[in-house]
Ligand binder design. Structure first.
Ligand code: HEM
Length: 477
């Protein structure tokens, strides 16, 4: 007898298992090329640790917009300017939410509250709802308001509301530390990171952490926030896409430890702010505008990443030409030799504004973008993409695009502008003597950990500042 029912049953069972393992949250989208994947993992293995590079190679074969599967999640990869414009900008009211990844949402940001409201998540990671809308508006207006010098005469003691004195202080301290240490070739990272880090608690909580490259609280925040961005990378956290991996995951334990450490310092910063508000000595800050939220990480990795790579580039041969031209342009605009001070008042040197923009564009500090999710149907060249689908775009959109674009743009631009003007007027960045210490200046290869959400520059050194800088930096000593 040739008929063997058990085998047929086994085959049917295998078929059901494969079908189950191939299931996705959103069904296959008609009209968009799909990258062939394997059960359970989908395209995770194929996309590797460097998603944006793999996605660009796949775009060469499948076209600028294609669908892939990250485990059980269907994701649309968008790889051309025209397509990003059509989806992120033209249809921005539909592409307004974000992906709730298991580790980041269910472990790190789970404060025991109901998930019906996003208020316990940082704004950039919040699904779209009323709380998220209000908090984003508040951040944007707090930043816009505090970038202008406004004399507040309503209180008994007139106060100036502005973030610019903080920018002044942090950039000055950073350059002063660099100046004091500038003997021989130097790893600049430890001097740049505290600057951005201190801007965050200052702008969020009105509290400045006492500085110094060895400060314990600064180191704790840097360490925890760095680990947190690693938990948000799409290529290194497979348990976000394969529910089976939630079981007994070591990452859950690590994420929980980070969550507790973060709760400690955020609680500390909130308590200080509450005390200051109580005695009316609070400084202008976002949380002080009554938005309780964990927003410490705005610009934490992105700003230093940009500044570090900009300095790295200035140390190259082309960087020397840029420094020369930039210095001439600065001197033309600030002819009285007061560039150090006047650069706080606005962006007057077009060349530096251009350098700021190019720095942001070239060194993509969030290379593969934050995964966005549509809340309404999105159409692309005849394909109907249903709500709940995740979208990723390629590098070089420094602040993202559309409705969830960075809320800190204006502040970040000003910080970069001030930093570049000051480093160019005060110093000359030269290459490290040893060629092996020089930076990797390829925008994609410069990243030490491509699996992390944000770019982490590979270590490098730049050379000592030239003798003339002594004269220009006398006031820092
Ligand atoms: C060079 C510095 C910075 C860069 C490159 C940068 C980049 C980004 C990017 C790419 C996003 C995601 C946008 C998207 O998904 O489309 C974002 C979101 C965000 N950023 Fe920034 N950022 C920087 C500095 C800052 C600063 C200084 C702050 C706050 C003071 C800030 C606050 C935010 C907030 C609140 C969001 C979430 C916006 C939303 O989800 O609606 N950023 N940023």
């Amino acid at each position: 007898m040739t008929y063997t029912p058990p085998r047929t049953l086994a085959a049917f069972f295998v078929y059901l298992v494969i079908r189950y393992l191939n299931q996705t949250d959103v069904p296959k989208i008609r009209g968009l090329p799909e990258i062939p994947g394997i059960p359970l993992f989908g395209n995770l293995i194929q996309l590797g640790t460097c998603h944006h590079v793999a996605a660009q190679k796949l775009a060469d074969k499948y076209g600028p917009v294609f669908q892939a599967r990250l485990g059980s999640k269907r994701v649309v990869y968008v790889n051309s300017f025209e397509a990003v414009k059509s989806i992120w900008i033209t249809q921005q009211s539909a592409l307004i939410s974000c992906l709730t990844l298991h580790i980041f949402y269910k472990v790190i940001n789970n404060d025991g509250k109901s998930f019906s409201s996003s208020e316990s998540f940082p704004v950039g990671a919040s699904p779209w709802d009323e709380s998220c809308t209000q908090r984003k508006k508040a951040i944007a207006s707090a930043i816009t308001f505090n970038l202008i010098l406004i004399l507040d005469t309503t209180s008994s003691e007139p106060r100036v509301h502005s973030y610019m004195p903080f920018v002044d202080l942090e950039v000055m301290e950073s350059l002063k530390e660099l100046h004091d240490s500038s003997i021989g070739d130097l790893d600049i990272k430890p001097y740049i990171q505290p600057m951005a880090l201190n801007m965050s608690p200052t702008t969020c909580y009105g509290y400045r952490i006492s500085r110094g490259v060895n400060d314990a609280l600064l180191r704790e925040i840097t360490d925890v926030e760095k680990k947190l961005t690693m938990f948000r990378g799409t290529s290194s956290n497979w348990q976000d896409f394969i529910p089976l991996l939630h079981l007994g995951s070591k990452k859950n334990i690590e994420a929980n430890a980070c969550k507790l450490r973060r709760q400690k310092y955020i609680g500390f910063l909130h308590d200080i702010l509450k005390e200051k508000v109580a005695v009316d000595t609070d400084k202008p800050c976002v949380a002080g505008s009554s938005i309780g939220m964990p927003m410490v990480s705005g610009g934490l990795d992105t700003l230093p990443g940009n500044i570090i790579m900009a300095i790295g580039y200035l140390s190259s041969d082309h960087g020397a030409e840029i420094q020369k031209r930039a210095y001439e342009e600065i001197i033309k605009v600030y002819a009285d030799g007061d560039a150090w001070k006047k650069c706080l008042e606005g962006e007057k040197v077009a060349y530096i504004t251009a350098l700021t923009k190019e720095t942001l564009r070239f060194w993509s500090t969030i290379p593969i973008s934050l995964p966005r999710v549509n809340i309404a149907l999105i159409q692309y060249q005849g394909a109907m993409i249903p709500p709940g689908t995740a979208f990723l775009h390629p590098p070089h959109y420094a602040y993202g695009a559309g409705s969830r674009m960075c809320a800190g743009v204006q502040l970040a631009n000003r910080e970069l502008y001030v930093f570049l003007v000051r480093i160019i007027v005060a110093f000359e960045v030269v290459p490290a003597q040893n060629a092996r210490d020089r930076p990797v200046l390829d925008a994609l290869k410069c990243n030490a950990d491509p699996s992390s959400l944000t770019m982490m520059p590979k270590p490098f050194k730049v050379g000592s500042w030239i003798i003339e800088s002594e004269m220009r930096t006398n006031h820092l000593v």
